[in-house]
Write a protein that binds this ligand. Structure first.
Ligand code: SF4
Ligand code: SF4
Length: 262
């Protein structure tokens, strides 16, 4: 990475994330980012935690329920909106059942089910391809299992985008701060990103560090449950033990940590 590019990215505001979120990125334990990266290959994270999400779409009754959740995430994280789909940046969005779960499709699915919308986002996989291919260790797995991205190191190579089988990573082809929505509102508590780097859902690590739920879970009125799936006494642990859930494309071996009640 040339000094020029590095300086550009730093000037673009990512040092702010390093400053306010360094310990957030590494799980708040004050240890180095490289140590967090070593969590990638193992099935059990060093902390013994498995932070996960369960999404129950049946509890979301209207388009406005869905919009409320997407907006909660995108507003709090200054996710830019561009009209042209080629420039789209998304952290959480909906896909139809048949696109989100291609292996579950069959001709006897109930009427309307194939086109039913399901929230999709980064799955914070146990074996994340995005982490394996990143040449600069920009994408890494924290000790608690959350897969995060250190944007001030990102060189914009897009290897992670090519490797992620879920299309969970977006690339800033344009300067996010020129997006219309960010002209109207910017959350000063979260750094904006720069042109030429990738971004994705972070499982709201900045909120977890304050003991808060992810913003999408908070806005979901109980439809999105988040917590440590390895803790049988947690709400999510109990839910996973008592309800049938599915994950997106488990056959790929990424071991997604987002579960769905269908
Ligand atoms: S869903 Fe994609 S971006 Fe998220 S951890 Fe898995 S491989 Fe990485
Ligand atoms: S966990 Fe946080 S970053 Fe991820 S989709 Fe939900 S609100 Fe957005």
């Amino acid at each position: 990475m040339s000094m020029r590019r590095r300086d550009f990215l730093k000037l673009a505001g990512f040092t702010a994330l390093a400053g306010i979120g360094g310990s957030v990125l590494t799980g708040g334990n004050g240890k180095g980012r490289l140590e967090a990266a070593q969590a990638a290959p193992g099935k059990v994270t060093p902390s013994g935690k498995r932070l996960a999400m369960v999404i129950d779409m049946s509890r979301l009754k209207s388009e406005s329920d869905v919009k409320k959740i997407t907006d909660a995430c995108h507003r709090i994280h200054n996710v830019p909106y561009f009209d042209n789909p080629k420039n789209e940046i998304k952290w959480i969005w909906t896909e139809t059942f048949e696109h989100a779960f291609p292996g579950q499709k069959h001709k006897f699915l109930p009427e309307g089910f194939k086109s039913k919308p399901f929230f999709v986002l980064c799955n914070h996989c146990e074996n994340p391809s995005c982490v394996r291919v990143c040449p600069t260790q920009t994408m890494f797995k924290r000790a608690d299992g959350v897969v995060v991205h250190d944007p001030h190191r990102c060189i914009g190579c897009k290897y992670c985008m090519a490797a992620c089988p879920y299309g969970a990573i977006s690339y800033n082809l344009n300067d996010p701060r020129h997006a219309k929505n960010l002209q109207d509102y910017v959350n000063p508590g979260f750094p904006t990103r720069a042109i030429g780097v990738v971004e994705k859902c972070t499982f709201c690590v900045e909120r977890l560090a304050k003991g808060l739920k992810p913003a999408c879970a908070e806005a979901s009125n109980g439809a999105i449950i988040f917590g440590d799936a390895n803790d049988p006494s947690s709400e999510i642990g109990k839910l996973l033990a008592s309800r049938f859930t599915i994950r997106r494309r488990p056959e790929l071996g990424e071991e997604p940590n987002v579960y769905y009640i269908i």
